[in-house]
Design a protein around this ligand. Structure first.
Ligand code: SF4
Length: 347
């Protein structure tokens, strides 16, 4: 069986958080008739609370490089790149170089000022081409117009690890979960893809015995769920962060998420550049105008140029809907009438 059929049989999906079918992406690049093709392994892992790619690079680097080599062979690609965040570059470049040996794979360190958006796939293309690091307009997609205009396959570390297992018929429907926050046994765990959040927390002995809520898919852009919503698998980049309900002030939590997006906005489009700034401004004002606040959140998800701006409202809206709406008024502490206005907007 050829590698594409093995990937299809294993049902591999991208593990950057997108869950895009791997075989479909590989086919798109394979079908492009250009003379040059490239492969990029995205090891820029920049979402707070997600550490699984670092764990895989540390523990299974041979499998990751093997997955990249399989892609290079299948696509008859000219060259591969591993694009690492500065921390991972420092920690793993010697080990990776040894394994790469004479293969046509180059290690590239993400510039320190590239920020969170520097890990977005079209920003990576700009970064390698030494252009301003910001997302590109799509279409065209990297599968046909990637590095220097040539078809480029971009998959993340865990995806190449899975490809290596699938090629050897050893893939067992597992994925890596990062568990963080208010728990005793935080870390990275490899468990079946279909386990529910509740099952994962119980199996790893991290299920809290206090009132809590969780954030899945990253501490910045992840979805917030209350403790009655855990009978579902983990979506996105495979992380679960536990928050003690008593420990966090709602306004501070919302401000923390906003601060992250305001700081990491690349500034290319107005809804995200201005929107995240104005949201912080409203939140810090004496009398918070919740109507304007919720209008700007909606605008961000509807009109932002890339996933960062579109994702910024997700933790805030889901926190308000899934956690705040169930809390007694006297515990919310967001100013008079806040619960009625903001919870009403997102129902
Ligand atoms: S949404 Fe934000 S990060 Fe994305 S292009 Fe616009 S300004 Fe840049």
């Amino acid at each position: 069986m050829d590698i594409l059929n093995k990937i299809k049989k294993a049902g591999l999906v991208g593990r950057s958080g997108s869950c895009f079918p791997v075989a479909l992406k590989w086919e798109m690049v394979a079908k492009a008739s250009d003379q040059k093709k490239y492969v990029i392994c995205n090891a820029s892992e920049g979402e707070p609370g997600v550490k699984k790619d670092g764990y895989i690079l540390n523990n299974f680097p041979v499998k990751v490089i093997d997955g990249i080599k399989i892609a290079l062979n299948f696509l008859k690609a000219d060259k591969g790149f591993i694009y690492l965040n500065p921390e991972y570059y420092k920690k793993y470049h010697k080990k990776l170089k040894k394994i790469i040996n004479t293969s046509p794979i180059e290690l590239i360190a993400k510039p320190a000022n590239a920020g969170y958006i520097g890990g977005e796939e079209s920003s990576i293309l700009n970064s390698i081409e030494a252009k301003r690091i910001e997302p590109r307009l799509r279409p065209p997609f990297p599968t046909t117009n990637g590095l220097w205009g040539y078809p480029t396959l971009i998959n993340n570390v865990e995806t190449f690890y899975d490809v290596s297992l699938a090629a050897a018929s050893k893939y067992k429907n597992t994925r890596f979960y990062t568990i963080n926050g208010d728990c005793l046994l935080d870390g990275v765990y490899e468990l079946p893809t279909n386990y529910t959040i509740e099952k994962i927390l119980k199996l790893t002995k991290n299920f809290p015995n206090f009132p809590f809520f969780v954030q899945i898919g990253g501490d910045a852009s992840g979805l917030i769920l209350n403790s009655r919503q855990l009978k579902r698998p983990v979506s996105g980049a495979g992380s679960i962060t536990i928050y003690s309900q008593q420990k966090y002030n709602p306004k501070e939590l919302i401000a923390n998420w906003l601060y992250f997006f305001k700081s990491e906005s690349c500034g290319q489009c107005t809804p995200c550049r201005e929107g995240t700034y104005r949201l912080m401004e409203i939140l810090n004002s004496k009398e918070i105008n919740w109507k304007n606040f919720t209008d700007i959140l909606d605008n961000l998800s509807d009109t932002s140029f890339c996933g960062l701006g579109c994702a910024a409202p997700l933790p805030i809206k889901s926190y308000i809907t899934n956690v705040l709406s169930g809390m007694p008024e006297n515990k919310i502490n967001l100013g008079p009438g806040a619960k009625k206005i903001i919870c009403g907007c997102f129902k």
